[in-house]
Structures are given as C-alpha cells and as structure tokens.
Design a protein around this ligand. Structure first.
Ligand code: ATP
Ligand code: ZN
Length: 312
C-alpha cells in the first residue's frame, strides 16, 4: 500500500482487478519474466480436459503432428512472418566461436560486464504459430490428394508481446486443425469448424461472440492489410470475456489463408492447381483462463454441463 493511501481508499479497490489478481494467484506462479508463467495443477487440469474435448471433435482422416517450441528461421522468413510480424518474433541466439572466445564472454559476465554482444543468431527461431512448420513439411511430400489433407498440430508458441495482461502470454500453447486442398475444401473446412467451435463453447457454458478479425501486422501498411483481411472475411475470432466483457479475449481463430502458404511452398493439388489452406487455432491457455474467469476457481461448482463436457 502507498504511504498516502487512507483506509477509505483501500476499501474502494477495483473489484475487477481483485478478481484477476485472485485468478492469477490460483492459476500461476511467477517466474520472474513477464507473460511467462508456471502453471498450477488446477490450471493444467483444465488444459488436459480441454485437450481431450478438442481431440474428441477431430475429423476423421486427420494426421497428428506435435511440433517443438523452436523451428527453422529460414522457414519463418520465407513464410512472410518476418515481414508481417517482426516485432513479435523471438530468435534463438547462442555463443559462437572457439573455447577461448566463449570463455572470454562468460568471463565478461563474471566480471560484471556485458556478455551478450558475443551472441550470434542461430538457424532457429521460437515457433510463432503452431501451423507454420506444417506447410513446408506437407509440400515436401508432393501433391495434395483429391480428398484434401487434414492435420492436428500443437506447439508451444512465443510472441514478444508489448503488454502482459493476464490473457497475453509471451509463451503459450496453441492447438490447430489445418486443411490443405481446393479453395472449396479449405473454405468448407473453416465453415465446419466455425460451427463446431460454437457447439464446443456452448457445451462448456462459455458465453462468446464470433467477430471478424485481423492479424497484428507491423508498420505503416499494417492498417491497410488488416482492413483488407477483414473485408475479405479471411479471419474470424471467438471472443470470450476474461478480463472484462468490454474487452473480450480472442480464444480461438478461424483462418482462410487462400493460396498464401501454398504459393510460398509450392503446394499443389493433384490437378496441378495451387492449393488453398485454412486453419482453426485454439489458444489453450486462454480457453482455460476463460473457463476459470467464467465459472470460478472451484471445479466442483462449475456448471453440470461444463463438468460433463470436460469429464471432470
Ligand atoms: P494464422 O495461421 O492466420 O497466422 P493462427 O490462427 O495460426 O493465425 P493466431 O490467430 O494469431 O494464429 O492465434 C491463434 C490463437 O492463439 C488466438 O486466437 C489466441 O487464442 C492464441 N494467442 C495468440 N496470442 C496469444 C498470447 N499472446 N497469449 C495467449 N494466447 C495467445
Ligand atoms: Zn494457423
């Protein structure tokens, strides 16, 4: 408490802030880094139950792949992420050189000096979205068969976010279903998932709104690109009140990439056309947060429907 605060001031504390603080205390332990949390058993119970529920909704003939939290820097550069979102990208660096050079850098740290000048970028970056490593992998296998390709992917993702509200992590888990095929197949896949995701939210008794959205592009052209993304209905988000109803949180996204990734990686359909791709992304940590923010911290008091859907 600040020295000049009177008792009356303390009594008037913001209850919304109190609620978020209590959520944070019960669900996370601080790690000393903003937006990077140690998650409690309570939080992980919700994450595991959500994962199982999402798996139960997976379409037939879907290939499962789990990615590492790091991926090829070259692939991220080529995918256009570096142009679109350079401000969010995290790059893996390491000490390079012979033993003497590395010793010298560590020695500078031991002497209270700066050692990070000796760091050099490696060929890895931190995975920014779970589907990014998938497109080059699939393209390398050859043409997309007539029946389309479907994948279930997951990765720890990193984004160098500028602010660190309770729902804005730097490191978070993203689960995605991805489709590659004809324009119609990709579009229909997203439509099916838009419907299915709403059924999942209903089953969890989570109030939500689906809204057109855009990605947080960088730089002067950002507004224009984002506007065109909205006009073409390329991205929708499922918004759920976590921090407040006035500023709801994007917990899932539904994306049509058209031929963006397929053109980049040379992904074609069997008849030689450039493929289209689409993905539905579940922000696992945000969905778990949304459950606790909506239904409280006591799992036993969650609505019957929610408990049943999550087998809790
Ligand atoms: P695209 O494939 O079009 O690049 P995407 O679907 O792979 O997009 P986003 O839509 O940017 O990726 O993110 C997917 C989901 O990840 C979001 O809806 C959100 O739930 C979650 N997410 C994104 N950023 C954060 C963050 N900083 N903290 C926690 N969760 C996040
Ligand atoms: Zn995606």
């Amino acid at each position: 408490m600040l020295a000049f605060e009177s008792d009356a001031d303390t009594a008037r504390t913001d209850t919304a802030e109190d609620r978020l603080e209590a959520l944070g205390r019960a669900l996370f332990a601080p790690t000393g880094s903003n937006g990077v949390h140690a998650r409690t058993a309570l939080f992980e119970t919700a994450i595991e139950a959500l994962s199982t529920l999402i798996t139960a909704h997976r379409e037939a003939d879907t290939e499962v792949l789990r990615f590492a939290p790091v991926m090829s820097r070259h692939q991220v550069e080529k995918s256009g992420y570096l142009h679109g979102f350079p401000h969010l990208l995290g790059c893996v660096c390491g000490l390079q050189g012979d033993e003497a050079e590395i010793h010298a850098a560590v020695g500078r740290f031991n002497g209270g000096e700066d050692w990070i000048d000796a760091l050099r970028a490696t060929d890895l970056v931190l995975t920014p979205a779970a589907c990014y490593p998938l497109y080059p992998l699939a393209a390398a296998r050859g043409a997309v068969p007539a029946g389309a390709l479907k994948f279930d992917v997951e990765s720890y993702c990193f984004r160098r976010e500028a602010t660190h509200e309770i729902d804005r992590f730097q490191a978070f888990r993203m689960r995605e279903f991805v489709c590659m095929g004809s324009p119609r197949q990709a579009f229909d896949f997203r439509s099916r998932w838009l419907a299915r995701a709403q059924a999942i939210a209903d089953a969890l008794a989570l109030p939500y709104r689906i809204a057109p959205a855009s990605d947080p592009f960088f730089g002067r052209a950002a507004k224009l690109i984002a506007q065109s993304q909205v006009e073409q209905s390329l991205k929708f988000e499922m918004l759920i009140a976590v921090r407040s109803a006035a500023q709801p949180t994007a917990c899932m996204s539904f994306n049509c990439h058209r031929d963006h990734f397929a053109s980049t990686w040379g992904l074609h359909t069997e008849d030689g056309e450039v493929a289209h791709t689409a993905c539905v992304a579940f922000g696992m940590d945000r969905l778990a947060l949304a459950l606790f923010a909506t239904h409280g911290l006591d799992l036993a008091r969650w609505p019957q429907r929610t408990r049943q859907s999550l087998a809790l």
